[in-house]
Write a protein that binds this ligand. Sequence first.
Ligand code: SUD
Ligand code: ADP
Length: 310
Amino acid sequence: MNSSSAEMVHVRAPGKINVFMRVGAVMDDGYHDVATAYQAVSLYEDVRAYPADDFSVEFTGSVDTSDVPTDGTNLAIKAARMLARKTGYTGGVRLEIDKHVPVAGGMGGGSADAAATLVACDALWGTEASKDDLHALAARLGADVPFALLGGTAIGTGRGDRLSPALAIGQFQWVLALPDSQLSTPTVYTELDRHRERHLRDIAPAQVKPSVDTAVLQALRAGDPHMLAESLTNDLQAPAIHLAPEIGEVLELGEMNGALAGIVSGSGPTVAFLTADLDSALDLQIALSASRLTAVRATGPVHGARIIGD
Ligand SMILES: C[C@@](CO)(OP(=O)(O)O)[C@H](O)COP(=O)(O)OP(=O)(O)OC[C@H]1O[C@@H](n2ccc(N)nc2=O)[C@H](O)[C@@H]1O
Ligand SMILES: Nc1ncnc2c1ncn2[C@@H]1O[C@H](COP(=O)(O)OP(=O)(O)O)[C@@H](O)[C@H]1O
C-alpha cells in the first residue's frame, strides 16, 4: 500500500528511568537476561515526519547531537526503513527530531526516536500496522524501544523488551542531573560482568534468574516516593561509577541536598533523583544548578509514543 495520507505527522515519545534493574546471565543471543521496572518521564523527543522520496533525519533541541549519525545507522532511519519494508511502502520520509533526552545518557533517547518514528511513519504513510507488528519491529530495533512505544510504568524481562504494565498511582517528582559525557551501553554491561568476577557485594550473582522485588511494585502501587526511594536498585550503577567516577560525586551531592534517593538511569551517566514533592524538587534543582550541573525536573509516569495534533 502506498497512500500517503498526511502532510506532516508529529509524534512525541518519552525518555525513561529504570527505577529497578537486575541483570542476570548472558543469554544465547548475547544479551543479558534482565528484570527491570521502567518509568516514562516528561523529558521528550518530538519527531516530525514529512513525505519524501528518500530517508533523512535532522536534529534540533537542547542536547548535543553532534555525535549522532544521520545516515542509515541512525535508529530513527532504521525504524522508518524497517516499517517500509514490513508494509511494502515504497516511498521515504524526512524526519525532524527535536531532541531533549541526552545522547548515550541511559535514558533511552534513541529508543524514543525509533518508537516515535514507527508511529509517525505508520500514520504518515497510512500503512496501518497493528500494535503487535509495531511492538515486534520495536523489539528488533533495540531492547528499550518497545517500552518507548508503551510508556507509563512497566516491568521488562528477557532483553527488557517483554513488557507488562505495572500499576502506579500519582506522579513521582524527579530531578535529573544530565551528563556532559556519554557512556556506551555495551561497555557498561561488560564492566558489570568484570565486576561480578571480582565478587562485588552489591551485585546479584549472574546465575540467579533476575526478578523485580515486590517492594518496588508495592511502592509504585502506593504512589509513595518514600517507599520507592528505599527500593531503587540498579545493577549497572556500580560499573557505571567505575567507568565514570564523577557519577559518585553527583549522587552524593543530590542526597545531601534533599533527594530521597538517587540512582543511575539505565547504563548512565544520567543520575535520577527522587524527591518527596514539587518543592523539594525545585530546591534540589537549584542546588545542583549552583554546582554547575545541568539539572532538569521531570515527572513520571507519562504516556508512550503518541501523535500530537499541531
Ligand atoms: C541499559 C538499558 C536499561 O534499560 O538502557 P540504556 O541505558 O541503554 O538506556 C537497556 O538494557 C539497553 O537498551 P538499548 O539501549 O535499547 O539496548 P540495545 O541497543 O538493544 O543493545 C545495546 C547493547 O547493550 C547490551 N545489552 C542490552 C540489553 C540487554 N538486555 N543485555 C545487553 O547485554 C548488548 O551488548 C547490546 O548489544
Ligand atoms: N536517533 C538517535 N538518537 C540518539 N542516539 C542515536 C540515534 N541513532 C543512533 N544513535 C546512537 O545510539 C547510541 C545510544 O543512544 P541513546 O539512546 O541516546 O542512549 P542510551 O542507550 O544510553 O539511552 C549513541 O551512541 C548514538 O550515537
